[in-house]
Design a protein around this ligand. Structure first.
Ligand code: NAD
Length: 482
């Protein structure tokens, strides 16, 4: 029985590398039935800002498997990234990117590197919630959720177990973002404790990335948030040899998408130059996912043999090591010619044909914690310089029977009371109001009263954030210097 899959040829080098990949898949004996959709430039140019037609979603929903070539996102405002839209619309929460070296046939300084990055795909700064709040300040919201984090951390550990990996490393920046990244790290520790057979470690993202660029062979599986994962997976692919040879899967509960990690390389398009290996690696991940492990191994072994026999596209060609510089079509033909062969220098790929894909974990909502309102942070646009003047104004108009102004910060640094004269100030001020009796809960109407008094006094409030305790623990951070 052939498995129905949706394919899209994309833009730039996309159609060429898709043709090459399909030729190889057809020769492998993989049982696939292709359904094609249009995505990318031609759809954007029709005025559809998402880059995908509504009718395509039905097919994706039906086949549940999507092999996608890269697309070109037009420059300029208004166009949404199709990749982000597809991942979020189909709930593809895990981006899995294996990065290994193919030394000595593909040039790399790290001959033993072999790692997998599991990147959270749906939230973090990629929620895309951005606002211009004042003349001088723009904001992008970073959202980290418990369900999102539990799903990705559990997926990383389950992936490690299913693939015989020994260690899972978490990258975060919880020394600075104590609540968002702090949650990510804590859930990693909590869930990690359920996997005694797997070694666990945590790195702060900055030094972790430096280590990844310098000694990638010390990592095995890395799990991290969306933005960090986006950055480090390109670093990892590049130090492994080339962004042109890595594929990735995007896994969700209802569907999965497989692709190359690189873009549409428009300058190389239409010249029979591009390396189809990244998309082919995506297709190998797809075959494993749909239970066609034998075909996956046949394709990978033929590809490994082609690489070790020295048939290389321009991006990985090296004088002395390579035998021939070949184009996209010729490369595909060399892989097809080796179908059924095993590599001699590389380790042979084998995949258990009965292996089931890692099952995404179904989040179970815990009983809610006791939530008490204590106060509110009101953000103001104010073009003045003297914070004492602002504090006096705010106190005069907005202190109520319930709330008092306790602190003002500017870009997170306390400037009142007792600020430091050197602190630079923008037109974006946070005024923290709290009930003087910190223990008693405050009704929401008290927040509305402060906002209403500020508005009628002509002070421009631009947003507010309520201050809560959850089971007695503050659900907010102190400002720097508070
Ligand atoms: P890119 O990955 O397309 O290309 C960067 C360079 O890498 C190219 O100039 C080329 O020299 C090389 N390269 C990439 N893939 C190659 C291959 N298969 N074979 C040989 N060489 C290859 O990145 P870019 O130039 O920053 O982006 C071009 C377009 O692709 C942009 O519109 C961008 O938005 C889009 N993009 C799409 C995806 C996707 O669809 N998944 C991902 C990234 C970028």
């Amino acid at each position: 029985m052939a498995t129905p899959i949706t394919i899209a040829r994309g833009d730039g080098i996309g159609p060429e590398i898709m043709d090459a990949t399909l030729k190889i898949l057809d020769a492998s004996g993989a049982q696939l039935e292709y359904h094609e959709i249009q995505i990318g430039e031609q759809v954007y140019l029709k005025g559809i800002s998402s880059g995908i037609e509504d009718s395509a979603w039905d097919l994706l929903r039906k086949t549940k498997v999507f092999l996608k070539a890269p697309i070109t996102t037009p420059q300029g405002g208004g166009y949404k990234s199709l990749n982000v839209t597809t991942r979020k619309t189909l709930g593809l929460f895990a981006n899995v990117r294996p990065c290994r070296s193919y030394h000595p046939f593909i040039d790399t300084r790290f001959p033993t590197m072999d790692l997998v990055i599991v990147r959270e795909n749906e939230e973090d700064l990629y929620a895309g919630i951005e606002h211009r709040q004042t003349n001088e300040v723009y904001q992008c919201l970073k959202l980290i959720s418990r369900p999102g984090t539990e799903k990705i951390i559990r997926y990383a550990f389950d992936y490690a177990v299913a693939n015989g990996r020994k260690k899972v490393t978490c990258f975060s920046k919880d020394n600075i973002m104590k609540m968002t990244d702090g949650l990510f790290h804590k859930i990693f520790d909590d869930i990690g404790a359920e996997y005694p057979g797997i070694e666990k470690e945590h790195w702060i993202i900055d030094i972790g990335s430096a280590k990844l660029a310098d000694s990638p062979e010390v990592f095995d599986v890395i799990v991290t948030e969306n933005l960090y994962g986006d950055i480090i997976s390109d670093i990892a692919a590049q130090v492994a040899g080339s962004v042109g040879i890595a594929g990735s899967s995007n896994i969700g509960v209802h569907a999965a998408m497989f692709e190359a990690i690189h873009g549409s390389a428009p300058r190389r398009a239409g010249q029979n130059l591009a390396n189809p290996s990244g998309l082919l690696q995506g297709a190998i991940l797809m075959l494993q996912h749909i239970g066609q492990g034998e075909a996956a191994a046949r394709v990978e072994n033929a590809w490994l043999k082609t690489i070790e026999d020295g048939y290389h596209t321009y991006d990985i060609y090296q004088d002395g090591t390579s035998k021939a510089k070949v184009g996209t079509k010729e490369f595909a033909a060399e892989v097809v010619a080796r179908m059924g062969e095993k590599p001699k220098k590389f380790k042979e790929a084998t995949y258990n044909p009965n292996a089931k894909p890692v099952q995404p974990y179904t989040y179970k909502r815990a009983a809610p914690q006791k939530k008490q309102l204590l106060g509110v942070d009101v953000f103001l646009e104010w073009p003045g310089e003297d914070v004492n003047e602002l504090a006096a104004k705010v106190q005069a108009v907005a202190n109520t029977a319930t709330f008092e102004l306790k602190m003002i910060s500017n870009r997170g640094t306390k400037v009142w009371p007792e600020g430091q004269p050197e602190t630079f100030k923008t037109d974006h001020w946070r005024c923290r109001f709290k009930a003087p009796d910190f223990k008693s809960e405050v009704p929401h109407a008290a927040v509305a009263e402060v906002l209403s008094k500020l508005a009628s006094s002509g002070l421009d409030f631009i947003k507010c954030e309520n201050l809560y305790l959850f089971d007695g623990e503050p659900g907010f951070t102190r400002s720097q210097g508070e």
